[in-house]
Each structure stands twice: as C-alpha cells, then as structure tokens.
Design a protein around this ligand. Sequence first.
Ligand code: SAM
Length: 382
Amino acid sequence: MKEISTITKVDYCAGGESYVTPGGTTVRLHPVEVEDKFATDPIEADRITRAVEELSEQGFFGDPRIDLERKRTRRDIRLDNPSTRSMMEIIEGFASWHREIPEAKALEHIYHPDEGHLPDGTRLGEEAEATNWLTYISDALGIRSRASVVQDIISKEIEASESPLKVASLACGLATPMLELCSYVKNREGLVVPEFKLADYDKSALNVARDRAKEMGVIEHFEFQRTNILRPEGIAIDGLKGVLAERLFNKPKRQFDVVELVGILEYLDSSDWVRHFEYGEVIKVNKLIAGATNLIKNSFDLVEPGGRIIFGNMLNPRPQLGLTINVVQWPHIKPRSIKEVLQLLEASKIDLSEGVDVHLPDDGVYAIYSVRKPEAYTQWVA
Ligand SMILES: C[S@@+](CC[C@H](N)C(=O)[O-])C[C@H]1O[C@@H](n2cnc3c(N)ncnc32)[C@H](O)[C@@H]1O
C-alpha cells in the first residue's frame, strides 16, 4: 500500500479489465483498494450501516423506492419527511449541517469528520455521533476516496514532470483536495510543486480556500478565479482578458496539463438546458447552461496536448443511494453508470484515441474518469 494521499490511502489492484465500446473507445477499468484514514472500526461501521438501512427503509414519506426522476430543488427539501426528521434526532448537529447542503462547505466536515464544529456549534470529535456518521456513511467514504484518487492521478503526473505542472481545479469549492495535494508535494524532495488555478462561482468558497492556502503556507502556488464554468460557449478561465484573447486573437484556450472537475458532473443534465431566473417584474432571464457533455468538451479545450482531464460521477447503482436521495435529500444529483458516462464522453466529440481510464474505489460510490489528450493533438480551438 503506497501512501499517496493526505486523506485516504489508495492502492491500484492488478487485473482491471479493458474493453472497447460499440463507439470504438478503449476503456480501462482500475479497481482501487481504499484504506480510509478515518473509517477504521468495523463494529462502528456495522452499527452505522444498520442505522442507515433502517432510515432508508422509511424512505421518503414511507416510500423507500429510489426514484431518481423525482424533481427536487434546494427549496424542496422536505424537513417534515419522517426519515429526515429521525436522522436529525439521532445525530446532534445534523440539522445545521443539512442546511449547508449542497454548498461546498458541507463537504468540509466529510474531509475532516473529527475536527471543528458543525454550524450550530456541535463539536466534532471522538464522542460526537455526527463524527461517526460523517466517517462511516457511504457518501462520506466515496467523497474522500474520489479526492484521494484525483490526488493520486495528479501526483503521478507531477512525479513524471521536471517542470511545474499547470493544474486547474474547476468547481473547486474549498479546494481541500488540491490544497492538501500541494502541501504533500511541497514536503517531498525531488517533486516540483505545480501551479494551481482554482475556479469556482462561489466567492465565499474561494475566500476560504485562499485563507487556508495562506495558513498552510502554500499560497504562492495558487491563483484564484471567480468564474462561471457552465457558460455553454467555453470556460473563461482567465476572466475577461482570457475571453478577449480567445475571441480577438484566436489564441487557443488550452493551457493546462491537468484540468480536474470532480464534484460537478452529477449535478448536470447531459445536454445544455435553460435556467429561468426571475426577480419580480424587474428581471426575467433565460440563461443557457452547459450540460455534462458540453462541460466535458469545454474542459478538454483547456488541456495542452499530452495533458488530461479528470472528472467523477456518482455511480448508479451504488450503496446507500436511498439515504442520499430519500433521507438526506441531497438535491439534483444524477448518478450515472459507467456506460452512461462513456456515452456522454463520446457525445462530447473530444479526442478519445488515448482511451479512457476509469478508477473504481471499492466503496462503490463514485467512478473517476481520466482522459489524456494525445501529444499529437493538432486541432486548434476556433
Ligand atoms: C460539490 S462542490 C465540489 C467541490 C470540490 N470540487 C471537491 O470535490 O471537493 C461543487 C462546487 O461547484 C461550484 N459550482 C456550481 N456551479 C458552478 C458554476 N456555474 N461555475 C463555477 N462553479 C460552480 C459550487 O460553487 C461548488 O463549490
């Protein structure tokens, strides 16, 4: 077992299969053995798993079916749903954490379930029931393992490079995986620390990431960009300057060795869609938003030849989905099978001639996909 990640240890098992899709794409499956840093007590794991099963059986107002089509928005979270209420009663502080969903700060307690406080002041740590749940539920295991796999893939690229890699993290949130990766690399002799660009629409998440980069002594390796990565026409990673350069001087957008966008695809429809925004009689806007297919293409446009994109999607099927959908009511998520994601990739029309690597942590919650752009890639962005 090689300790790569600061969060969770991962180990690539031998014997992953390869196959070719009907569309002609080579797919390499990589089973990943995960040794979670926090989930170390099998008795506690069993206790939480049984409690999760009981809540899932209560479902959504008594209906335990996992109806992925049920449309729920943030406002639709039904706090009077009996299984959600039960969960709030069992876990001190859970109600306050639940209010942070689906913002990036809700993830922070999953990355570090034994530290700090929930928003209502409930202290996390050995005695806290919230810590036990944030440690052992499948979603928590999956969020930590997907971060570890991303860190691992990028750290292998860093090991293979003699100059600083350019790494973009899109929809970075509080950027815990990238901050911890940077700190890890900085403390390893012989590795060149990358230049990271963190991009998110949420200003407060970027501010927290900036403060943490300062605290961790890695700020000089980070740039921050507030931007909407869901513009259908492309990602303005360099803000207005970048957009003008692309439009006026036909400068290619590609500029990164690695673009990771883990944690966003499972919120997006496959195709672009129109988001309606209305503010009284004053503003009425119908804004086109990139769907998963277009976001994959736009992210791939940012990658240099020889570089790669990395993204994840919650799997379907996966363990404890009933808890996520019916009890926690995490909104909007679209779990996808590997086959569905491969269809998205093929529909995005990016160059898949190097094949697709699919990393499958053994908790079974997410698949993490990685696609390298061929060195000989010559297609210029229009
Ligand atoms: C689930 S968090 C993922 C955080 C991080 N990548 C991780 O894995 O820890 C999703 C992030 O997507 C960001 N986001 C949502 N829509 C966005 C948009 N249109 N442009 C940029 N960021 C966006 C949110 O602000 C949030 O920080």
